[in-house]
Ligand binder design. Structure first.
Ligand code: NAD
Length: 398
């Protein structure tokens, strides 16, 4: 059983608390921190959290807490984690770890120096569909991953601080691409080094200093590409989709909209439909249980099991640091309009990797390039001469 302090009583703190009280109902959120007493009172009643405080240090130190969950705005992650390290408490932090790689590296240094347990709360790497897909990919079900596309778009965040570039550290990239980048890393392999980035971003719709739309390509040492698409001005709800291509297979995941629960209601459903849903009537796409579909339950199960056994969870602060470094390269690329290197002063993965390309022998003279059955039932085989490099085709009619 873990006794938990929840830092934050806003949007994500609500989901985290519900998830902590679900599967692992032996865990207990015993204290919650926030700025506003009225909101804290409401939160503590709604989730039956026995204590609340408007003092962050007191929340971490004055109760018999094992583990602290940071669900605070981005500019407060560093301060909160420093307090946890000083108190010697394990800490789980929501995404993004820092507002930039410098801040994330400082955070990583703090927890590693203090020797405290740490987990990066990247829930979208833990959705049931993603976990099953990752297991298949790791078992070789789609061969070597060549391309991983991840998309997160919605009509914009729900609190003022997200829109302030100083407090948030950026716009849709820092807020949403952090998820997509980590999903791509998981599929391509977290031990494969992200090498360089090409990114477009612009402020198309909202009156803000940060980007509200962006597309990025992250190139990995094997040559594999992870692509992200993010928006704060997408209309129609929360679009969370992933596509992964491999040398022997493909997978497509839709995590949220059009997941098999489509409903038409003329008068309106009359209640909450799903995160960032823009309408309660007409065609709507309710989500059965967001805590499960968005990965919160599986994420906390991994985190707290690992906390108890002393193992590293699937997502650690090191992963958060790598994601921040990739996002820094994205901002550099937006400015320069060039490929920009991913600067990782701490790299813990492989130094050398095999390229994706495999030469398949057809016979002593040729490599097999491809084989295809045509509409008339004949089979064409494309071959490459091992010595001359020339291509030829064999066309077999049955
Ligand atoms: N799927 C996800 O992983 C996910 C989803 C949403 C938010 N988040 C992350 O969670 C963190 C919090 O986001 P949220 O959506 O819960 O925000 P929110 O605005 O809903 O809640 C923020 C909480 O922080 C408290 N707070 C303390 N000091 C504050 C200050 N100076 N300014 C503003 N709030 C202050 C507020 O009282 C409130 O309890 C962010 O880092 C965000 O990126 C993650």
């Amino acid at each position: 059983m873990a006794k938990i302090a929840m830092l934050g009583s806003g949007f994500i703190a609500g989901f985290y608390t519900q998830a902590l009280q679900a599967y692992r109902n032996r865990d207990e959120v015993i204290v919650v921190y926030g700025r506003d007493e009225k909101n804290l009172q409401r939160f503590s009643t709604q989730y039956q959290v026995p204590n609340f405080s408007t003092d962050m240090a007191e929340t971490i130190n004055a109760y018999d807490v094992d583990l602290v969950v940071v669900g605070l705005p981005n500019h407060l992650h560093l301060e909160a984690i420093r307090l946890c390290a000083e108190a010697g408490k394990g800490v789980l932090c929501t995404k993004p770890l820092g507002r930039n790689a410098g801040e994330a590296k400082e955070i990583l240094g703090i927890v590693e120096k203090a020797g405290i347990f740490h987990g990066y709360l990247e829930d979208l790497a833990y959705t049931p569909k993603t976990l099953k897909a990752l297991e298949s990919v790791q078992n070789g079900a789609i061969g070597k991953v060549t391309w991983a596309r991840s998309r997160e778009t919605h009509p914009g965040p729900h609190s003022d601080w997200f829109w302030n570039i100083e407090l948030a550290g950026g716009g849709a990239i820092v807020d949403l691409a952090c998820h997509c980048i980590e999903i791509g890393r998981n599929y391509i392999g977290k031990d494969i080094r992200p090498v360089e980035v090409m990114c477009w971003a612009d402020t198309l719709v909202k009156p803000i200093a940060a980007e509200d739309n962006a597309i990025g390509l992250v190139k990995y040492a094997t040559g594999a590409i992870a692509q992200f698409e993010v928006s704060w001005s997408f209309r129609g709800g929360l679009d969370l989709r992933d596509e992964v291509a491999g040398t022997d297979g493909t997978l497509w995941i839709n995590n949220f909209l059009r997941t098999g629960f489509d409903m038409f209601s003329a008068p309106g459903r009359g209640g909450y439909v799903s995160e960032k849903a823009e309408t309660e009537s007409g065609w709507i796409f309710p989500v059965g249980d967001e805590n499960i579909e968005l990965g919160y339950l599986h994420m906390f199960r991994d985190m707290i099991n690992c906390f108890e056994t002393g193992q590293a969870p699937m997502e650690t602060f090191y992963d958060g640091y790598v994601v921040n470094a990739i996002m820094d390269a994205c901002y550099a690329s937006v400015k320069s309009k060039q490929w920009e290197p991913v600067e990782l002063s701490v790299w813990r993965g492989k130094e050398k990797v095999e390229p994706i390309m495999e030469l398949k022998d057809y016979n002593d003279q040729y490599y097999l390039v491809k084989e295809e059955k045509l509409p008339d039932g004949s089979i064409k085989t494309i071959l490459k001469d091992k010595v001359t490099g020339e291509f030829k085709q064999e066309h077999m009619f049955s």
